[in-house]
Ligand binder design. Sequence first.
Ligand code: NAD
Length: 504
Amino acid sequence: MPQSLKSDAHEILSRFGVTATRYTDGSMDSFSPVTGEAVASVTPDTADSTATSIAKAHAAFLAWRTTPAPKRGELVRLFGEELRAAKDDLGRLVSIEAGKSPSEGAGEVQEMIDICDFAVGLSRQLYGLTIATERPGHRMMETWHPLGVVGVISAFNFPVAVWSWNTAIALVCGNSVVWKPSEKTPLTGLACQAILDRALKRFGDAPENLSQVVIGAADVGQALVDNPQVALVSATGSTRMGRIVGPRVAERFGRCILELGGNNAGIVTPSADLDMALRAVAFGAMGTAGQRCTTTRRLFVHADVYDDLVPRLKKAYASVSVGNPLTENVLVGPLIDKDAFDGMQSALSAAKNAGGTVHGGERLEVETDAAFYVKPAIVEMPSQTGPVVEETFAPILYVMRYTDLEEAIADHNAVAAGLSSAIFTTDLREMEQFLSAAGSDCGIANVNIGTSGAEIGGAFGGEKETGGGRESGSDAWKAYMRRATNTINYSRELPLAQGVVFDI
Ligand code: NAD
């Protein structure tokens, strides 16, 4: 008899050293989308306990900010080591709690390891500039200083990676962190904190409460959002959430990184390698059951190749293996819950009403009727209308025919979100046009790879209603620090800038 997901999850948590009362005695149930069963009951934080955590984090920040950055990097190096050791267990817990396949669960942990490696290097590269000054005997430079407490709010679909992107960078930048994971994935939150605690223990002299996790829903998130001691709120989730969080943080002049919804598209041109496009679109649109912020949701296919590519795509959709993601050879796991299923069904019926032809999308009985598995849907649309312009967080791919690339790019950009995009072409002109200032308006624009599956080395994020935030690689670290411009006068004169005279 196979072990239940509940005892599996509890064993993993106990191996990480999480106290059993934290996940057995609470009032908030945590469900596995794999079977729909409750796997734990956690104790939610309150506004008061969250404020206490923030105050403790602020005290930790005051000590951590003066620890030399390369030494702070050493903590993150140890954290990367602990993650390597914990990869199998944490990956499985991600699969249990978020319904990802073992390879996607492990892949998410690998992303955590990668960002740790990146952050360790960064800890010796928090460079400022030396800037030419117009005044003789002066030197001008910029210095980057730690910012304060970083509040992280994360979504269910990347329950561990998003926290690590923020935390690894925040820690080397000299900040402390308070994290509120999604209320749908609290267990991975408790596990991640326990893994970081191991690294902190080995590190030795880090301040207490440098990183903490608070459990709960939007009300606990808002306690982070409204607290003036939280210098930066990094919030990942729906645009609906960002619309509330962004203005509230702005009202108190706090800083925000918003990583919100996407409505990502691909364009397949007549010169595309169709075999490659087929595989990239299939993974981008069906992988993680369409529950990635970068999932391919719209596809513009040139009329010359439409009748070649689309029937092959439909065939791939019809034959894809949907099922318990913890069993072998399954590519598409469950939706997170019933709300996600209802949202998918209402988008499909709106698409039909708007003239779309729907293939797939029906519910599949897998495991129990408390779990929500669906056949991914491919919908041929006469034009970009109705639900096509919105993000539905489920495996629906809207396919449209085009004849003119400029019009396809205009349609591509004619949605509110601006996260990820892709063109499939072997024509240099088409490729450059797509990547140019007049091309894709997204934060991520790819050529001959799909919209999903970003690496940590680049800055991750999107434009427009995706929120404008950037996380992870490149110079995204600058959002986690404050910049000071310093001018030093080593002369015996006091010349004023712009030649201003003020003799007394
Ligand atoms: P969600 O917006 O329902 O919840 C995300 C988080 O925000 C949760 O922790 C939730 O408790 C919290 N929250 C919700 N309302 C809040 C409020 N008013 N104040 C403070 N906190 C609040 O999103 P979800 O269903 O968990 O995730 C799916 C969404 O996230 C999709 O839209 C997806 O595109 C987006 N997403 C974006 C990225 C990105 O990097 N751009 C990454 C992952 C997911």
